[in-house]
Ligand binder design. Structure first.
Ligand code: PMP
Length: 446
């Protein structure tokens, strides 16, 4: 209860930022770019059982053979515990790095284990790459939209992100050319292009193969390094894979991989494959962050790759996700109002939805949660300067809920959209208009 102040009682002063955090004056400037992602803020609400969460990108772990994994882990601790529980090399264990080369061979990469650095998830690799290349104010090119975890990493190193439009075939080479050209005209060069060519997070699209050659050519011409982030590449629903950009240009691509989606994210095992000189710097950066990646989880993954039918497990995942993707696409077609459009992913976890003109996905999220459905608003996937373009966009993930829950979630979402449209018809829209989505890039965002 609040009491009305009397003349003798001074108004209680609003707490200042400094009252809330007495260390405020001590933080390095780079912490200004460190803000909680919209996804993180959502997790608390979206994880309530009554809410169908189409928000998070949690892999479908019930597809794993937990019993046999448990037996093997127990045996591993008994027989190899003295090494598996010891410190290890900063670059990662030789055995795992060899196995990682076998995994990458599935996408046409011929690599030497010496050029692989094991990291704590590919998120750490992203952090290391940004750390070694970016000074404050440096430009990083990324797709529009782009992976929220990458954007927060770039922000934390105070890099300036310039986002380049995509369409259903991924990054648009002409748009990339225009962005590179415009930077050159300003006397600037991007430090690297960050791209997710396969089954994009959040857009769900895949870069067409001819475009890969074009993007490689442009980056070589403008002398811009490519960071190819590929956690979903083996999760094509028909078992299809696409040639890695790293395979075509080993000297100008840093490739990032992960076992989070093909095995389990809780292990936190990812890697970077980098040109030799870059690899040296990455290992030094990784050493200062963690001394060495966890030996234990590297042993777990190496043993899993040696003893399990891991390719069979990937097929099991592909099938589980294909069924879920189908349920989502069917429900979207059946329930959503006219004026919506969405991408049709051939793999991975995500559909990218554009809602009708005048709606605002961020503003309507609380009403969606009231209707017991959650998603991630499009603004999360744009750097600060680009956010106004994202009002009509949202990411829907189909990786974790059952197909029935997905259908129910989309049905609830459709109700929310119908209500929003009804409100708009009644009161008119006071919201800014959005002029582009991933399928229809607008000239004014080029
Ligand atoms: N890149 C992309 C595109 C992702 O979607 C994710 C996880 N959602 C990561 C990197 C990080 O994955 P991890 O650190 O679990 O390997």
């Amino acid at each position: 209860m609040t009491s009305t102040p009397t003349p003798n009682q001074p108004h209680r002063k609003r707490p200042t930022q400094r009252d809330l955090d007495p260390h405020l004056h001590r933080y390095a400037q780079r912490t200004a770019g460190m803000t909680a992602s919209e996804i993180r803020a959502l997790f608390a609400v979206a994880s309530r059982p009554e809410v169908v969460s189409l928000a998070g990108g949690m892999p479908y772990l019930p597809a794993l053979p937990l019993d046999s994994l448990a037996d093997e882990l127990a045996q591993m601790v008994a027989t190899e515990g003295m090494t598996a529980l010891q410190y290890g090399s900063a670059q990662g264990t030789a055995e795992l790095r060899e196995r990682i080369c076998e995994v990458m061979a599935m996408e046409g990469i011929r690599a030497h284990a010496d050029d692989v650095t094991v990291t704590v998830g590919s998120q750490m690799a992203l952090d290391m790459v940004t750390r070694i290349f970016c000074d404050p104010g440096d430009v990083v090119l990324a797709e529009a939209p782009s992976y929220v975890g990458a954007l927060t990493t770039f922000a934390s190193y105070q890099a300036q992100v310039v986002q380049v439009p995509m369409d259903d075939d991924g990054l648009i080479p002409d748009e990339l050319d225009a962005a590179l050209c415009s930077l050159r005209a300003q006397g600037r060069t991007a430090k690297f292009l960050y791209t997710i060519p396969n089954f994009h997070n959040p857009a769900g699209v895949t870069m067409a193969v001819p475009r890969r050659a074009e993007v490689l050519r442009l980056c070589a011409e403008y002398q811009v390094l490519i960071v190819e982030d590929n956690p979903y590449g083996l999760l094509g629903f028909d078992g299809q894979t696409y040639p890695a950009m790293r395979a075509a240009d080993p000297d100008n691509v840093v490739y990032l991989g992960s076992f989070s989606k093909t095995f389990a994210p809780g292990l936190r095992v990812g890697w970077a494959l980098a040109p030799h000189a870059v690899r040296e710097k990455l290992v030094l950066a990784a050493e200062s962050a963690t001394l060495c990646p966890p030996t234990f989880t590297q042993f777990v993954v190496a043993r899993y790759l040696a003893a399990h039918d891991w390719k069979g497990q990937i097929k099991t995942y592909q099938e589980a996700y294909r069924i879920r993707r189908d349920a989502m696409l069917e429900a979207l077609a059946h329930h959503l109002p006219p004026g919506c459009r969405w991408t049709r992913p051939a793999g991975g976890f995500y559909v990218w939805l554009t809602v009708p003109e005048g709606l605002d996905t961020k503003a309507m999220l609380p009403r969606a949660v009231t209707q017991r459905v959650a998603y991630v608003p499009g603004t999360a996937f744009y750097a600060e300067s680009d956010r106004s373009a994202a009002a009509r966009l949202m990411r829907l993930s189909f990786c974790y809920p059952t197909p029935e829950r997905i259908t129910e979630g989309v049905r609830r979402l459709a109700t929310v959209l119908d209500n929003e449209l009804e409100l708009q018809r009644t009161f008119g829209s006071l919201r800014p208009r959005t002029v582009f989505g991933p399928q229809s890039p607008s000239p004014d965002t080029a």
